[in-house]
Design a protein around this ligand. Structure first.
Ligand code: 13P
Length: 287
């Protein structure tokens, strides 16, 4: 059964480790992540962006697929199904469809509007026992070929949002989605520390987990990060393994064209990436 992310993140914050959010794109992705979490006895959060939700035929399809897998693969570790960077409408649609966790990303609104919309969604989520993530300070990344820098959140604004009773808070600390540019200044631990001081027990979320050096990840966890989002790194792992399979001519041998064979190396590569991250984040054995 899907669970809210609240308990797993409270435990992570207390135990000074982080739970990984791995974004899913299709059946293979979901299966690889769930099997790895089970094998390592780790809690896990499956992230679904609005675009990926649409790709997978809508939120109800996603809920059906994930619930089916939990049962048929005998997954017993805590699993949260979480909307990633949701709009106000998207958040409501996911709550309706049966997600156990949502993110409302109001970081592009003026802070007053972010507060109002987050407040309303917190009320709905509390009633349903669903966890909710909010965001302050936008996370940069590549959009139309331009890499935007990650903003640093204002700790006072973080406190305003945290005080609304959200489950976890994503605060921009110079992190971005996708690859980091050569001249990236690194994470702002000064900002992270200031946010943590203001928000106390609130589990903090680090987006853009791909490409952040291990020592920075560990330091971020020591400063209050309890959830780390990884997406692009699984995509690269899948892409590299699939490319190799085809370049090695494996798809031309015997029944190598069978999608169950063609997609298998990519699925195994996702498992290896998820395992590596769970070990780095310290969530192994914490289910
Ligand atoms: P990356 O794609 O950089 O790993 O970021 C994932 C993320 O933060 C999803 O919200």
């Amino acid at each position: 059964m899907l669970v809210s992310a609240e308990e797993m993140l409270t435990k992570a914050k207390q135990g000074k480790y982080a739970v990984g959010q791995f974004n899913i794109n299709n059946l293979e992705w979901t299966k690889s992540i769930l099997l790895t979490a089970q094998e390592l006895n780790s809690p896990v959060i499956l992230g679904v962006s609005e675009g990926a939700g649409k790709y997978m035929c809508g939120y109800k399809t996603v809920v059906g697929m994930v619930n089916g897998m939990l049962e048929e693969l005998n997954i017993t570790v805590p699993v949260a199904l979480h909307l990633d960077h949701g709009s106000y409408e998207g958040a409501k649609a996911c709550i309706e469809a049966g997600f156990s966790s949502i993110m409302f990303d109001g970081s592009h609104y003026p802070i007053e509007e972010n507060v109002e919309k987050t407040r309303e969604l917190v009320g709905i989520c509390k009633e349903k026992g669903i966890s909710i993530e909010a965001e302050v300070g936008s996370i940069g990344g590549e959009e139309d070929g331009v890499i935007g820098a990650g903003e640093c959140a204002d700790p006072e604004e973080c406190k305003m949002i945290a005080d609304l009773g959200v489950t976890m808070l994503a605060a921009g600390i110079g992190n971005i989605h996708g690859a980091y540019p050569e001249n990236w200044a690194g994470l702002s631990f000064e900002t992270l520390d200031a946010v943590q001081q203001k928000t106390g027990e609130m589990p903090l979320v680090l987006h853009g987990g791909t490409g952040i050096p291990d020592d920075m990840i560990k330091k971020a966890i020591s400063l209050g990060v309890s959830k780390i989002n990884v997406n692009t790194e699984c995509q690269w792992a899948f892409q590299k393994a699939t490319r190799k399979y085809i370049e090695d001519g494996k798809d031309l041998e015997g029944k190598g064209f069978d999608p169950r064979k063609l997609l298998a190396p990519g699925a195994e590569a996702i498992k290896a990436t998820v395992k590596e991250k769970m070990e780095l984040f310290g969530s192994v054995g914490k289910a």
